[in-house]
Design a protein around this ligand. Structure first.
Ligand code: SAH
Length: 358
């Protein structure tokens, strides 16, 4: 099933193989991908150099688009969240974050998530299935359709196109590496989306063997790791993945990533009152980060349902930042965007089958 449901999930070679199998010329594959990923057409009929009979064959064999827009919400800060229904009636969310004329799209890579981090609402959905590459690409294409219809151009190339992709929506991207890799390759392909490696960031909770695989595959992307705690006791308490791959193993993998890709890792760090946003933790964070080529991207907890997990005060955050910065560790604070529409980090969750936020 994988790769066959959505025509956008296919690589060029796979599309050629299919074309041959239905008695068509393989060179049509380039034309079809051009329509799908460069022109980003809404209907097959717009593919004017593709014969109507091939158009029909395509419609019989594939979904050309498989997501349907169920809901679109706009935040006071301009962030937009979409709720999409998949072909098998599940729900995923996609968020577009406009910043100074650039547009980042936070894509979901799975329906739900199996990682069970205690501070994240997606965990409450459980895990349903991986998204296909075509579905992830469609999340992006649909945001482009929105920009195009609204006539909103980015400052980079004056096109109605998103400029950055962050794999930080629902799911654990590295547990869907095959499809995420395909997605990145299509995005990076100069003839298709033509997106630079630095514009795509995969965020992982720390699936260590898959970090190694990412390096082996040379997936065109940057790597962010949700470190979130500085010692195993604290980290295992909020992120069960740490029980399988503790911090030492995780750092071994990120060190290898840096060595082999010559690229730094971004450590994401959720600041939680009394646990991860303390002077002690700030010092431990310095011990981890000072000897490494890395950046820290901190974010104050977006409150969820757990009364034991609270966001820190502004003073506590400032004190934390001051300690870390005094040691010359690069740390930036991520602004929560789209909190009023539950579009911020850790807030994406839908009760499947009901289209209701849970
Ligand atoms: N599974 C991947 C990507 C999805 S989570 C990962 O764990 O990295 C994306 C980011 O949101 C992660 O850095 C995660 O730590 C952060 N996050 C999750 N819940 C959050 C919350 N309640 N408040 C702030 N950030 C949160």
């Amino acid at each position: 099933m994988n790769g066959l449901h959505n025509i956008k999930s296919l690589t060029l070679d796979e599309l050629k193989t299919w074309l041959k199998s239905v008695g068509e010329k393989p060179f049509r594959a380039e034309q079809i991908q051009n329509w799908l990923f460069r022109n980003q057409v809404e209907n097959v009929e717009e593919m004017v150099n593709i014969s109507p009979s091939l158009q029909s064959k395509m419609k019989e064999a594939f979904y050309i688009h498989s997501l349907t827009e169920e809901l679109k919400k706009e935040s006071v800060d301009g962030t937009i969240k979409w709720l999409f229904k998949t072909y098998d009636n599940h729900y995923i969310e996609t968020v577009m974050i406009p910043t100074n004329g650039r547009f980042s799209v936070c894509v979901s890579t799975q329906i739900g998530c199996a990682m069970n981090c205690s501070f994240c609402r997606t965990a409450k959905m459980g895990f349903i299935r991986n998204l296909e590459a075509g579905e992830i690409l469609e999340e992006i294409i649909r945001v482009n359709w929105h920009l195009k219809k609204a006539g909103i151009l980015n400052v980079e190339n004056n096109q109605a196109e998103v400029t950055n992709i962050i794999f930080m929506g629902m799911g654990e991207p590295l547990n869907n590496l095959e499809n995420v890799h395909r997605t990145c390759c299509t995005l990076h392909n100069q003839k298709l989306f033509n997106m630079g490696r630095k514009r795509m960031t995969i965020s992982t909770s720390g699936v260590v063997p898959k970090i190694k695989e990412l390096v082996d595959r040379n997936t065109p992307c940057c790597l962010a790791v949700s470190l979130n705690s500085t010692n195993n006791e604290q980290r295992s308490a909020v992120m069960p993945v740490n029980k399988t791959w503790p911090i030492e193993k995780l750092l071994e993998a990120t060190d290898e990533y840096t060595k082999r890709t010559d690229n730094y890792v971004t450590f994401e760090f959720v600041l939680i009152k009394g646990t991860t946003c303390t002077k002690e933790t700030a010092k431990e964070l310095i011990r981890i980060c000072a000897p490494r080529r890395c950046k820290v991207n901190a974010i104050a907890l977006n409150d969820g349902d757990d009364p034991h997990l609270e966001a820190p005060s502004t003073e506590e955050v400032d004190q934390f930042l001051e300690i870390v910065r005094a040691a010359n560790v690069q740390i930036t604070m991520r602004n929560p965007r789209g909190r009023d529409i539950l579009a911020a980090c850790g807030q994406l969750a839908y009760k499947q089958g009901t289209a209701e936020s849970c």
